[in-house]
Design a protein around this ligand. Structure first.
Ligand code: UD1
Length: 358
C-alpha cells in the first residue's frame, strides 16, 4: 500500500519512529511534516536521534490561532493527497496536525488510520480533546493503546475497526532505553541521581493563564530540591509576557532531545508535568508523577498509585509532591503492562496489511 503519514508536533515524531520502521517493511510510506513544531530542538533533533526518514513534504505551516493553523494544514495536506493518491492516511495522537490530516483524507474518501485512538480526558475545553474526538469519528482503523480507550469508543458508538494494540510510545521507550542509559545529561547539568525533580509545563490552560502559571512556579519554588524545567517555547513566551521571575531552584533549560529526557526522567525523585506522554513514561520507568491538571487520559497511572492529579494550585502541588515522595512503598504499588509490551508498531503493520486484503 501507499500510506501517507502526517506528523507535525514533538510527540508525533517519537510515536512515528517505531511505526515508520515497521510499516516500511511491507508498504510504501510518504512522510508529511506539517511544520507545526519548527524549532530545531522541537523537531529536527528528533529526526536525527530516532533515525526517522526525512519527510517527503514539509508544509511549513508554523504557529497561529487554532483555526488558522488547522485550516492552513487542511489546504496543504489536501494538495499532497490529491497528488499522491494514497491508499491510506495515518495520523497520530491529538494535535491540530492530527485533525487536519484526518479531515483532509476523510473528505477525499481515503481511509484514515488513527494511532492513539480512544483516549479521553472528558474535558472539551482542551483543544486536544476536540481533536481526538473528531479524529476518531473520521477514522476507519482505530489503534487504541488501552482497554479504557476501547470502552470510551464503544460509549460513542464506535466498534468497527477498533484494535487494542498497545502504545507505540512504549515501543519507542523500550527500543531506546539502553541508548538513553548512556546519555551524560546528569553530568552536563551537574546533578546526582535522585536529587532533583523534573518538570514540564506546556498546556495552554497552564501557560496562557497567568494565575495558573504563577501558581505552578510558586509551587516549584517552594520545593526543597532543584526543579529541572526543559521549557517549551510557549512556556518561555508566557513567563516573559507575564514577567514571572523564576526562583533559583528552578532551572529553566532548552527543550531536551528524547534520550536525554528519558535519562533525566528515569533518575528524578519525581516528575511534575501537564504532558500526556510524560505521565505514561514516568509510570513505565516507575517514577512517581504529579500531574498539573485536573484530569488525565492515562487513568491507569492514577489507579495504580503512581500518579496524583494536583491541578495548578500551589498548595495542592506541594502536598502531592510530599505525599508521593514521602511514601516508601513505591515498590509495592501496582504495575501492569497496561500500555502493551513494546510490539504495538508491528501489530499496526499486521492490521494495516490485512485491511489491504479486505
Ligand atoms: C501541541 C499540541 C499538543 C501537544 C504538544 C506537544 C495542539 C492543539 N496541541 O501543543 O497536543 O502535546 O504540541 O509539544 O496541536 N512554538 C515555537 N517553536 C516550535 C513550536 C511551537 O516557538 O517549534 C511556540 C509558538 O509560539 C506557538 C506555541 O509554541 O504559538 C504553541 O505551539 P502549538 O503548535 O500551537 O501547540 P503546542 O502548545 O506545542
Amino acid at each position: 500500500m501507499k500510506i501517507v503519514s502526517i506528523i507535525g508536533a514533538r510527540p508525533q515524531f517519537i510515536k512515528c519512529a517505531p511505526v515508520s520502521r515497521a510499516l516500511r517493511k511491507d508498504h510504501q510510506e510518504i512522510l508529511v511534516h506539517t511544520g507545526q513544531h519548527y524549532d530545531e530542538n522541537m523537531s529536527g533533533i528528533f529526526f536525527e536521534e530516532l533515525s526517522i526518514p526525512k519527510p517527503d513534504y514539509h508544509l511549513g505551516i508554523g504557529s497561529g490561532t487554532h483555526g488558522a493553523q488547522t485550516g492552513r494544514m487542511l489546504v496543504a495536506i489536501e494538495e499532497v493527497l490529491l497528488q499522491e493518491k494514497p491508499d491510506m492516511v495515518l495520523v497520530y495522537g491529538d494535535t491540530n496536525s492530527t485533525l487536519a490530516g484526518a479531515l483532509a483524507a476523510a473528505k477525499l474518501h481515503i481511509p484514515v488510520a488513527h494511532v492513539e485512538a480512544g483516549l479521553r480526558s472528558f474535558d472539551r475545553s482542551m483543544p486536544e480533546e476536540v481533536n481526538r474526538v473528531l479524529t476518531d469519528h473520521a477514522s476507519d482503523l482505530l489503534f487504541v493503546p488501552t482497554g479504557n480507550g476501547v470502552s470510551n469508543l464503544a460509549h460513542e458508538g464506535i466498534e468497527k475497526g477498533v484494535y487494542r494494540v498497545g502504545d507505540v510510545m512504549v515501543d519507542a521507550l523500550f527500543f531506546n532505553q539502553e541508548l538513553a542509559g548512556r546519555s551524560d545529561i546528569l553530568q552536563q547539568l551537574d546533578l546526582d541521581a535522585g536529587s532533583y525533580y523534573l518538570a514540564t509545563v506546556h498546556r495552554a490552560s497552564n501557560t496562557d493563564d497567568e494565575q495558573n502559571l504563577r501558581s505552578i512556579m510558586a509551587a516549584f519554588a517552594a520545593l526543597e530540591r532543584p526543579v529541572i524545567l526543559p521549557a517549551h517555547p510557549r512556556t518561555r513566551k508566557y513567563l516573559e509576557k507575564y514577567e514571572i521571575r523564576t526562583e533559583e531552584n528552578i532551572r529553566l533549560i532548552e527543550p531536551l532531545p528524547y534520550l536525554d529526557m528519558l535519562r533525566l526522567m528515569s533518575q528524578a525523585t519525581a516528575v511534575l508535568t501537564d504532558s500526556g506522554g510524560v505521565q505514561k513514561e514516568a509510570y513505565i520507568l516507575k517514577v512517581p508523577c504529579i500531574t498539573l491538571r485536573e484530569n488525565t487520559e492515562w487513568i491507569e497511572t492514577v489507579e495504580d498509585g503512581w500518579n496524583l492529579l494536583a491541578g495548578a494550585d500551589a498548595g495542592r502541588i506541594i502536598a502531592a509532591v510530599h505525599q508521593m515522595t514521602g511514601e516508601r512503598r513505591n515498590q509495592q504499588k501496582g504495575h501492569s503492562a497496561h500500555y502493551g509490551d513494546g510490539t504495538a508498531a508491528d501489530e499496526i503493520r499486521r492490521i494495516i496489511s490485512a485491511f489491504d486484503k479486505e
